[in-house]
Design a protein around this ligand. Sequence first.
Ligand code: PLP
Length: 471
Amino acid sequence: MSDEQESMDLFGDMHPYNKLFQVFSKLPEKGLDEAEVLREIAHMSDEENAKWQNGQCSGTMYHGGMEHYDFLNKVFSMYSYVNLLQRDLCPSGTKFEAEVLSMVAKMLHGEEVTKLNARDEVAGAITSGGSESIYNAMYVYREWGREQKGITQAEVIAPSTIHPAHLKAAHYLGMKVIQVPVTADFEADVEAMRAQITPNTVALAGSAGNYPNGVVDPISELSELALEFKIGLHVDGCLGGFILPWIEKLGYDVPVFDFRLPGVTSISCDTHKYGYSLKGTSTVNFRNKDLRRYMYFAQEDWSGGIYASPTIQGSRSAGLSAAMWAAMVSTGEEGYLKAAKAIMDAADKIRAGIANIPELCIMGKTTFLISVTSDMVDPYFVNDYLSMKGWRMNGCQNPPGFHFCITLPQTQPGIAERFVKDLADGVTFAKDPPYEAPKSGFLYGMGASADGREILRQGLKSWVDASYEVE
Ligand SMILES: Cc1ncc(COP(=O)(O)O)c(C=O)c1O
């Protein structure tokens, strides 16, 4: 197959409906019949829901219950057209967001900060997702560093497992993230991070848990380090922030990562993941209001009137905030605990199954997310086999492997057992694969050299281009 054919296929894979439905590269002259629009959309939605409803998809669908989504959609529909920027028109939005932030702060033991220092009080903001929460935290540290320490080349030190949203924020903000290799246990190497601290360091960052392996970094040690050097510490709890507190309450051994630690100055925590709300919401929480203030923007002399905004977004839908609030108050502590228990039961079954497959090993100490590698077989061949069996894992690298982020769809009866069986069969497949290079590892192989990495980076950008092209 020529390169051109290959890229055409990539395009085709991204646009499977071009063959089924009319492609609109310009507005239709006459509007379509609404019933027809709904039919087309329902076709695509049904087809795509089937890909994860069987419980074979890692992460991404955190709740998966259609009744729950119907309820949230009902709430959303009452506010979908309301702009939360116009607070006077929807004081209900203010109620929803303030209460969500208070509930999240409580879940993250926010009351402890005031006990330690009467002037502190956890102060948060609602954002559009984990990346924006992280962006806002990074921005706060840059501004804090500039104002309090005169730092103009702000640096944040983070383990190599930190989510790319930190690097993306640094890219936008003219900051630098210094990535430090993790320990053999896939945890932040605190001493190696200490060695990178310079007068330009504004903050440290760690995860609870990290995306590649689900590992919670030693946040208590990072907290001590941050206090010692009088710098910030951001905890990326986008993934684990909404489930680890409940896993801890269930009695599992979860390292403390939240505001109980005196050096933790901010935590990102996503409502649209294990908070079980609709996509498009997250929270970022600071140790005190002074820190949060660095994030705000206000212009008092604009010809269009006075303007103030806490985060990146301007106009935004009150529907998402209403649904976020509704998800939290309808689930309640009892619901979050029940969900965490079901998820941990499934994860424990999978962990026990993996312990019986000598060729595989789990990366790090984990709870709801299981990351698998092997030094006996190529894990990408195992993943190829799992793909053939309908599983959708997330590929990892350094070392090669894949992870399974366990969510509620995996708690359906029999899923964990079927996964363990397919995993064992995948190892047999990987011992004598019928082709030379594993399909799921093909891109990762390029990361071995600087040239390969550059080609890969450009390829990824072309892939993004393709996602915005109609035909
Ligand atoms: C640990 C972690 N941080 C940050 C993010 C980014 O969140 P989002 O995709 O909502 O922007 C993710 C997403 O999976 C994550 O797992």
